[in-house]
Structure formats: C-alpha cells, structure tokens
Design a protein around this ligand. Structure first.
Ligand code: ADP
Ligand code: MG
Length: 669
C-alpha cells in the first residue's frame, strides 16, 4: 500500500544513512512521511535580494555577491575563522564562517554566492559583516523562494533541502490526496508567497480535522458501546442533598448539575470536563455526584493531586455525609499504615495517586471524580477509570484553559463550565511590592491579623526535591516568627512533612491557631480557608502566570476583602508582563490567555501533563479559527455519514497516533 511507503525509515533515503538519521531522530523525524510534513515556518524570498548598499544590521538577511577575496587569518587557538569579501558593485560586505576551514578550498574570487545569516557591524574593524548560517553557489536558478527549516547541529540547511528534494521526487506521489500533495509541494518549493499561506492553512485544517474526528469518534464510542450504571437523580434526592449544605447553588452550578444529572441517568457512562475558575465551587458539585451514586448503591471515588487537598476534601465530606455513609481516605501514607487495599465496604473514597495502585480494589465503583486534572498525567486519567466497569467520569479543572486548548486536550469529553463565583465575593486587591516597601506589607499584615484574619506566605519551590528552596521556606518561617512577628503564631507547611504533620498544621490553620502560614506551593491547588485574606508571594517572578493565579485563588474565598502582595524583582520583559497581568485582571480566562501567549501551550500546561499532540503543521493558538472550523466539520461529518467518518479515521489514524506516540516517548519518561 502506498501508506506503507510513507513509513519508510529515512535512513534508507538516498543521501541520508544512519548518522544523519540519528540527527533527524532528534528532530522527531523518523519516516519519509515525517520529512514530507516537516513544514517550514519561514521562507527566504531570494527573488528580490537587496543591493549590498541597502543592507543594515539585522537578525536575518539574505544577500548575494561575487567573491573578491578569501582570507583565513591565523588564530592562536584551535578555533578557525574564514573571511570572504563579497561585492555586488554597490558595496562590499565581509562574510564570516567559524570553524569550517574546509570551505576555504571551495571559494575562489569571481564565484557568485547567495548567503544568509545575521548582519552586524564588526566590533573588530567596524565594517558590515554577516555571520553566515547558510550559503549556496548562485546558479541563477536558485534565486527563488526557499524554505527555512528548523536547524539542528550537524544538519546544514542545504543538506536538508537536498534530502527533502529527494523525498519529494520519490515519495510525494505516495500521498493519495492530490490537494495534500500540492500543498506540501507549495510549502517545500513555493512558486509564490500567496500560495504558501493557503497551503499551510489547508494542511493545518486537514491535520486538525483528522484529530478532531478521532476524538469525536472516541467520544461517540463511549456513548454507543459502553453501558453506564444508571444513577437515580430524582428531585427528592436533590432536596435531601440541598438540606445538607449551608448555601444555595449558583445559577452556573445549577446548569452544570443539570448536565451531570442527564449524563448519569442516561445509562451511558458520563465523560465530562467541569471547568471553573478557582473558588467557583466545584467541590460541592462533585459531592452531589458522589452522593447520588452512593444513594443508588454504588461506590464513588474522588482523586486529588496532593495529600493536603485529599485530606481537606476528606475532612469536608466526612462532615457533610456524617451518619449517612462510609467515607474514607486513601493516600500513600494511609495505605501503608493500615494496609487497606480492598475498599469493598466503603461508599466514598477520597485519595491521591495511591488510589491508582494495582492492588486497590473496589466492589462496584461507578463514579470517578478527578479534581485538578491538570495536575495529573494523562495516563493517570485512565488508571482509575479501569477500576470500575465503565464508571462515570467527572474531570475537574480550575486552570481555565482557553477554548482551543480545551478542544485539543479534552476534545473527547463533554464540557460544562461554571462561569460565575458564589455571591458576596469581592475581587482580591493585588499589589506589586518592591523590596524597599516590604516592611509596609508587614505592617499591613499585623493590622489584618489584629482584625482576626489569617495570612499565607508563599515561597517558591521549583522542584519538590530542591533542598535549597526548602531551606529558604524553613528559614523564612523562622525569620518571620523570630524577627518580624514574635507576637503572632507562624506555621510552616511543605511537601516533605509527614502526612499527619501536614494534616495537623492544616487543622491548626483552619482552627485559627496559626495566624501566618508559610508554605511552599503545596497549597497551590484546592486549599480552602476562607478566613485567610492576605497572601504574600515571595519571588513572585519565579512563578508562572497560571500558577500565580491558582495561588491567589486561595484567598478571596469569603465575603471579606482580600489582598495579595507580589514581592520580587522581575527582570525579563516576560516576568514583568506576568506581574502586570496579575495586577490587571483576576479573570482566570484572561490570565490563561495571557499565559498561553507568553509561554506557549506546552509550557503553560507543564510537561508532565501536557498530553498535547505534536501537530506537524497546525499551531493551536495561531490556528484557533481553523481548529473550530475543523471541529464543526468533523461533527457534521460524523452525523451525516457515520460509516464514512469511521472509514476516514481508520485509513489515516496512523498519522495522528504516531505523533502522539512520539510525544509520549519523549515527554513522559
Ligand atoms: P473550587 O471550584 O476552587 O474547587 P471550592 O469548591 O473549593 O472551589 O469552593 C470555594 C468556596 O466556595 C468553598 O468555601 C465553598 O464552600 C464555597 N461555595 C461553593 N458553592 C457555593 C455557593 N453556591 N454559595 C456560597 N458558597 C459556595
Ligand atoms: Mg477545588
């Protein structure tokens, strides 16, 4: 089959061989198909090259000229330099190559070259020079539009272009669809600039369409093939639950609940993403889902990313369901202490990763809630689901991911959004505090504690294992207690404490026995202490924007005005932009969009979780419109012609799955 041909390892392409194949492997290129889809992001237009007299310092420029003179000055080190003077009659420019002495033999006066690279004024002799990145002999025929591919050490642009030429000659015809063939050709060997944009958009659309088709077919498959436990959700039960809680649901919570109730009554397994900004009240929604499940005679589980959060959920839910059902906690600490693996007699279990272990067994798990999903790896999502017989799954996330990311990461889930905060909240006031003003912040804290409020001090912990950062937090707690606030009670919380120590400290903080809690980012997710109304974030510049937003979400949870102080010294433009975004808005979606712009999708989500496919052409930020169109078209296709959609996916799924596999191979190990 022709598809098979596209899977030819590039090692067997003429001119490649094992050594080059290894270099390509670093770029994620293994097959001929990968090479065909190595879509350039930029092109050099060599049709109208500037006369040398018009060339100015620039990060990238293409020029041409005739060689006047070749020089290879002696250097004392092993480092070598080659200087070639080019002229085009309007002016002269010095081209410089480092450590490629063998080129000397190639160049002689009179020869015509096209060179590209960085242009600068030489610090040494003050003349205009180019640090050459790429060159070609000017044959007259290569004065056209030329693609620029990503660069890797050991792979010269000219070599790459010639490999791609070979691949186009021998393998392009193996691609069945003519439009795709033309688009690829238009990108690798463009005739004009207009066709480049069209070709790129076409390929991005194709790629996203196929990806969405796969996700949507999977979503449909859950619904059609799998049976879900039918869970009673009658008005009486809802009334019973409402009597247990001290507030009324917001309209947004109500809407989301209607979605969930419809799912769990349907006899099909629920697969739903619940998105809601920090503090929007997702926990209680999860509690209701668990309540109804247990009422129907099944077990429910809530998975939390940190022990502290699991303990907090446990504390709340035990209280909420007191005398009604058996609620238990399972974290790595409790699992080994009490050796509880068979959870047959428990109605609702709350736990951390420990819940995912092979030996943990349920009787009839019918509801799985995954809190703060963005903190888990994609594989773990599957782990707990396997423990039930196609259980209902509710995935919750506070990271308000932009729509384009949500469609890509969670496109196989139905989606509900809580877009409203409970009533009576006042937005947190956020200030940037330069170092000299630090003592003012301390005074303010003294005042607030005097009024009965509590305070978080957050110290960065870049890695869970970093001794240095840990020490910084410990020292900071000591300093605050001894030197700054001797009259107040300062506590310390970090990830290395034993499970019962963490629990004891959180309990004390909740009971107001601690005024100031110094903490690492272990409090980032989920922690709910409404009386804490002040947060100080030390070295704020070291945190990502979404993380800062999550942290700030720990305050502003009650009706009291809350205050967030960012202390730090942002140096880079990007760090300054992060601080500014925090001062400008408290809207999680706006923050997420800013974060996405500043850092790109992979970084924003963190490598651990990203789960983002490695798109070959598409860029989900830039191509958001195309993505939406592709999703609608895929939906429409499935509705109109389910069999056709299925066949289309089956015939091309390798492309999508390969790109996912590659990513997993490189990122998750
Ligand atoms: P998150 O969505 O960040 O997980 P939580 O579930 O922790 O938010 O809820 C934040 C706080 O809001 C909790 O103290 C919770 O009890 C409270 N809360 C939730 N829903 C409501 C509501 N409808 N009215 C008033 N308070 C609510
Ligand atoms: Mg939460």
């Amino acid at each position: 089959m022709s598809n098979q041909k596209l899977q030819t390892p590039i090692q067997y392409v003429k001119g490649v061989g094992p050594k080059l194949a290894k270099i390509f492997a670093n770029l994620g290129i293994f097959t001929v198909e990968d090479l065909l889809y190595l879509v350039p992001r930029e092109w050099e237009d060599r049709r109208n090259i500037k006369p040398l007299i018009q060339v100015r310092p620039a990060d990238f420029e293409v020029i041409k000229g005739e060689i006047l003179k070749v020089e290879a000055p002696q250097t004392r080190s092993r480092f070598s330099i080659l200087k070639v003077y080019l002229t085009d009659k309007t002016a002269t420019l010095q081209a410089v190559w480092f450590n490629q002495p063998f080129l000397k033999k190639l160049f002689r006066p009179g020869m015509k070259l096209i060179i590209s690279g960085k242009v600068e004024i030489s610090a040494y002799d003050h003349i205009m020079q180019m640090l050459v990145r790429d060159f070609e002999i000017d044959t007259g025929e290569n004065l056209k539009i030329v693609p620029r591919y990503p660069l890797t050490e050991g792979l010269y642009p000219k070599k790459l272009r010639s490999v791609i030429r070979t691949v186009l000659d021998n393998y392009l015809k193996a691609i069945e669809d003519e439009k795709t063939r033309n688009a690829l050709l238009a990108l690798h060997e463009p005739k004009d600039l207009e066709s480049i944009g069209q070709a790129r958009d076409f390929l991005a659309y194709e790629e996203l369409f196929l990806f969405q088709l796969g996700l949507l077919l999977r979503r449909q498959e859950y619904k059609e093939k799998l049976k879900g436990r039918v869970i009673d959700a009658e008005p009486v039960q809802l009334d019973e639950f409402n009597r247990l809680i001290p507030f009324v649901f917001t309209a947004a919570q109500d809407r989301v609940l209607q979605d969930i109730l419809a799912d769990i009554k349907s006899g099909k397994p629920m697969n739903r993403l619940l998105q809601g900004d920090v503090g929007s009240g997702k926990t209680i929604v999860a509690a209701l889902a668990a309540y109804l499940t247990v009422k129907s005679g099944y077990q429910a589980a809530i998975l939390a990313p940190t022990e502290i959060l699991a303990q907090q959920h446990f504390g709340k839910l035990v209280k909420l369901f007191e005398g009604l059902f058996k609620v238990d906690l399972l974290t790595s600490a409790t699992a080994s202490d009490k050796k509880r693996e068979e959870l047959f007699d428990i109605d609702l279990v709350i736990g951390t990763h420990a819940l995912l272990e092979e030996k943990v067994k349920f009787k009839n798990l019918a509801m799985v809630v995954i809190d703060e999903q963005h903190r888990f790896g994609v594989h773990q999502r599957a782990g707990l689901i396997k423990k039930g017989f196609s259980p209902h799954v509710l995935v919750m996330t506070a990271t308000p991911i932009p729509r384009s990311l949500a469609l890509t990461l969670y496109g196989d889930l139905d989606r509900s959004i809580i877009d409203e905060l409970p009533p009576g909240r006042t937005p947190v006031k956020t200030y940037f505090v330069p170092e000299p003003k630090r003592s003012d912040a301390y005074e303010f804290i003294r005042l607030k504690v005097g009024e009965g409020r509590q305070v978080f001090f957050v110290c960065p912990l870049v890695e869970e294992s970093s001794e240095l950062d840990l020490k910084a937090a410990v020292d900071e707690a000591k300093r605050l207690q001894n030197d700054i606030f001797p009259e107040l009670k300062v506590g310390l919380l970090h990830g290395r404490l034993k499970s019962d120590e963490k629990e004891a400290i959180m309990k004390k903080f909740l009971a107001k026995e601690i005024d100031i809690l110094v903490s690492t980012t272990v409090i980032e997710v989920g922690i709910d202490v409404p009386n804490a109304t002040v947060m100080v974030i030390e070295h704020a510049e070291r945190f990502g924007l979404s993380q800062l937003h999550q942290l700030r979400g720990r305050i502003g949870r009650g009706s009291e005005q809350s205050f967030c102080f960012l202390i730090g010294s942002p140096k880079s433009q990007e760090a300054k932009a992060r601080m500014k975004a925090m001062l400008d808005t408290s809207d999680g979606f706006k923050i997420a969009e800013a974060d996405l712009r500043l850092r790109g999708p992979g970084e924003m989500l963190g490598v651990r979780q990203s789960g983002l496919p490695n798109f070959r052409v598409a860029d989900i930020i830039r191509d958001e419109k195309i993505l939406q169109a592709a999703r609608s078209a895929a939906l429409e296709f499935i509705e109109r012609d389910p069999q056709g959609a299925h066949n289309r996916w089956e015939s091309q799924r390798t492309a999508v799955e390969n790109s996912k596999k590659k990513l997993e191979g490189s990122t998750f190990n």
